[in-house]
Design a protein around this ligand. Structure first.
Ligand code: VAH
Length: 312
């Protein structure tokens, strides 16, 4: 029985449905700080900085697994660093404590944001220097260490992945740096043009949401004896820069135009991250693989968004 925090977020809003499909609707408790729009299974309001309520909800639901997805993303965290520290780290330690006290298996995502300017940028190794220069990155690398600590010290079965930018058509990301790669598809359909706040030539790792959701399930179901790492595995599907995603879109919308108005804050964040990371540890230890490359993702995103925006 699984409890999810941040269930209305970019990942959470699709993770709930994925898990309900595998484990049954009544075995998934979705929680978020704001109320759910429609009723599609067990839901409770939860502010993850409220340790007591988190413990009580998990205990009452008889959860055996905690998937902690609530966090502020990189750009928002850079605007409100102290709020980000309190929410990202306070929420994480509360979720880890509840998992320790109730013997729950634990998952939370880290990010390519856990790397910094001094990290090798190409084919970034699983084990390497991590000196992030953003509050989000400080939260993510601290979170990785805290999750490893709870495994080493208390035996909590903590597992995590370093997600790249995630692209999806269900819930738009809020306050991320990689969000341009989601916005571009919406604008391609609505206006056949997009003005990118990330500069030409800026490579970042990316992954289509279906692959991201599958990687969470596969990691959590993996045989623990195979895991040499836990928090957190590099995972990625592709690495591209704005011109390349535009070229992929033009295979469907030939007149699509891409222009630039670089946002210095989000550009500085993107410049501090790797260009491409190495996912071989995840492939070796729990069979990580992806199904969508850039063109397959573009075809699916445009098809699904056309339908979604037609009914908007
Ligand atoms: C962000 N989408 O942009 C998130 C993610 C790797 C990127 O951490 O902050």
């Amino acid at each position: 029985r699984i409890m999810i925090t941040g269930a209305l977020g970019q990942i959470g809003s699709e993770l709930v449905g994925k898990l309900q499909g595998i484990y049954g609707v009544d075995n998934v408790l979705a929680t978020d700080i704001r109320p759910a729009a429609q009723d599609n299974g067990p839901f409770q309001l939860l502010d993850v900085t409220d340790a007591q309520r988190m413990y009580e909800l998990a205990k009452d639901f008889k959860a055996d697994t905690m998937m902690h997805m609530a966090a502020l993303l990189s750009a928002t965290a850079e605007e409100k660093p102290l709020l980000a520290w309190n929410l990202n780290m306070g929420g994480l330690v509360n979720a880890l404590e509840a998992s320790r006290e109730l013997d729950m298996q634990f998952f939370t995502p880290s990010s390519i944001g856990a790397f910094g300017p001094s990290t090798p940028k190409k084919n970034t190794p699983q084990d390497t220097l991590q000196r992030p220069t953003t509050m989000y990155g400080v939260n993510k690398v601290s979170g990785e260490l805290l999750c490893d600590y709870y495994f080493q010290k208390f035996g909590v079965d903590t597992r995590g992945v370093r997600f790249p930018g995630l692209i999806s058509y269900v819930a738009q990301p809020g306050g991320g740096t990689t969000d341009y790669a989601v916005d571009i598809y919406y604008k391609a359909i609505e206006q056949q043009k997009y003005t990118s706040y990330i500069a030409e030539g800026t490579y970042m790792d990316m992954m289509y949401m279906p692959d991201a959701l599958q990687s969470i399930v596969e990691l959590m179901e993996a045989d623990a004896s195979r895991l040499e790492h836990r928090n957190a595995f590099n995972v990625t599907a592709m690495s591209f820069e704005p011109e390349e995603i535009a070229a992929s879109i033009r295979k469907h919308i030939p007149e699509f135009k891409l222009s630039y108005e670089v946002d210095p804050i989000r550009q500085a964040i993107a410049d501090s991250w790797p260009d491409s990371i190495d996912a071989s540890a995840a492939e070796k230890e729990w069979g990580f693989k992806t199904r969508y490359d850039l063109d397959a993702m573009t075809a699916d995103m445009l098809e699904k968004l056309k339908k979604k925006l037609a009914h908007a």
